[in-house]
Design a binder for this molecule. Structure first.
Ligand SMILES: [Zn+2]
Ligand SMILES: [Zn+2]
Length: 144
């Protein structure tokens, strides 16, 4: 029996609930796969995060983890720039395929994120994460 994987968007630092600032893309949740890319913000820590979650029950056991979470820090100013510069009227609509959503997704892939440990005492430790910035290029927000 495969286990249903409930992703958490909680803050890696204080474990508190985070605001979803932009829903960039999501597939699922389906029973055996679910992935998404989001920008999250923790008001308590005043820090944002670019997070990519992937659950894939079809991976060969022992070759790759079925759950993978990547994260990068986004400074509060970058989250602010994203809020004001995101050129789409439905930033939370992860199914939107407008140029802004596509640009955000494409640049989120190439932005350097850190794969978080999924098992053991250091699970989802925020230590050693990379920092990503938001730039406005030709009127579109993108990650660098
Ligand atoms: Zn926090
Ligand atoms: Zn859009």
């Amino acid at each position: 029996m495969s286990k249903w994987h409930e992703p958490s968007d909680n803050c890696l630092i204080c474990r508190g609930q985070q605001e979803v600032v932009v829903g960039i893309r999501e597939r699922g949740p389906y029973e055996r796969m679910h992935d998404y890319t989001r920008v999250l913000f923790c008001a308590a820590c005043d820090v944002g995060e670019l997070r990519a979650f992937s659950y894939d029950d079809f991976v060969v056991f022992g070759e790759e983890d079925d759950v993978m979470v990547w994260s990068a820090i986004l400074a509060s100013e970058d989250v602010g720039r994203l809020r004001s510069g995101f050129a789409c009227t439905s930033p939370l609509n992860h199914e939107c395929q407008c140029v802004q959503h596509v640009r955000a997704y494409d640049t989120s892939l190439s932005a350097t994120k850190t794969l978080l440990p999924e098992y053991g005492p250091a699970r989802h430790s925020p230590d050693g994460r990379t920092t990503v910035t938001v730039e406005l290029v030709d009127g579109l927000a993108e990650f660098r």
